[in-house]
Design a protein around this ligand. Structure first.
Ligand code: NAP
Length: 257
């Protein structure tokens, strides 16, 4: 496990204890980092506060990634409390339900806009807001979460696949632009895990069943395995890696049939 003691991190995208972002928060805290954890709206506040109470002196802040004022407020609160920032885990994604239920060709203009704004543009807005805090630390690491549906057609993933393609391109452009400040930007492409967001995708359990049968490792991945890979990218052991999409999917992406 990397040593993150003395480091400060921002974790976005915790809905509950099954969230991938929460698994990464727990792993980062266990490695010694002090964290700011955000929640999206009052509905999730109680959950996120209760989970964060199990961490050492975590800062808990509201953040809807479509709200520029809240993004600025999060950066300001981190500046006040931590005086800088070493890493960000971006795990926010959303597509309106009809876009995941209807045939892809029915994707609405508004559904497309919302999915891409929340799931891809937010990485740009968030990174821009915290980049000065990272520069003050001599650099930093930004990690987001993506899925193979960016490259391949996964039934019912629909506009989320388009959003993930935009997110992965965003990772590369941010990495290209911020490398001179020693800010690295990478993504973990995770195999399917049962989370709130995943349960919104029709027939999601059959996707997991296919993975269990067809991955080279003949199994699905666990939250802790995704968290370990994310920690590698967030910490100093990956200091020469940027613009990378790291698959943590038991090898599913290499298999044709
Ligand atoms: P999750 O627990 O439901 O987390 C998704 C989070 O995004 C939730 O906390 C959600 O809040 C938040 N979010 C949505 N809209 C937001 C907004 N406007 N502002 C701030 N936060 C917002 O599901 P998860 O599976 O762990 O998802 C985390 C990331 O992993 C996502 O990017 C997802 O696409 C990616 N991923 C998941 C899988 C999988 O199989 N689960 C595989 C590969 C990649 P609400 O609950 O309020 O919407």
């Amino acid at each position: 496990m990397p040593d993150l003691s003395g480091k400060h991190g921002l974790i976005v995208g915790v809905a509950n204890k099954r969230s991938i972002s929460w698994a990464i928060a727990e792993a980062a805290a266990a490695a010694g980092a002090r964290l700011a954890v955000t929640y999206q709206g009052e509905r999730l506040e109680e959950n996120v506060r209760a989970l964060s109470a199990t961490l050492e002196a975590a800062l808990v802040l509201p953040l809807d990634v479509t709200n520029d004022q809240q993004i600025a407020d999060v950066a300001a609160a981190i500046d006040r409390e931590f005086g800088g920032l070493d890493f960000v885990l971006h795990g926010a994604a959303f597509a309106p339900k009809p876009e995941l239920d209807n045939p892809f060709v029915e994707t609405s203009r508004e559904g497309f806009r919302v999915a891409l704004e929340v799931s891809a543009y937010s990485l740009i807005a968030l990174t821009r807001a915290v980049a000065p805090l990272m520069e003050r630390r001599g650099g930093g690491s930004v990690v987001t979460l993506t899925y193979l549906g960016s490259q391949r057609v996964i039934t019912n993933y629909n506009v989320m696949g388009v959003a993930k393609a935009a997110l992965e391109a965003t990772v590369r452009y941010l990495a290209g632009g911020l490398g001179a400040s020693n800010i690295r930007v990478n993504a973990v492409s995770a195999g399917p895990v049962k989370t709130l967001a995943a349960m919104g995708i029709k027939d999601f359990s059959s996707v997991r069943q296919v993975y269990g049968e067809r991955t080279p490792l003949r199994r699905n991945v666990e939250l802790a395995e995704i968290a370990d890979a994310a920690l590698f990218l967030l910490g100093p052991q990956s200091r020469a890696i940027t613009g990378e999409i790291l698959f943590v999917d038991a090898g599913f992406h290499i298999v044709a049939f």
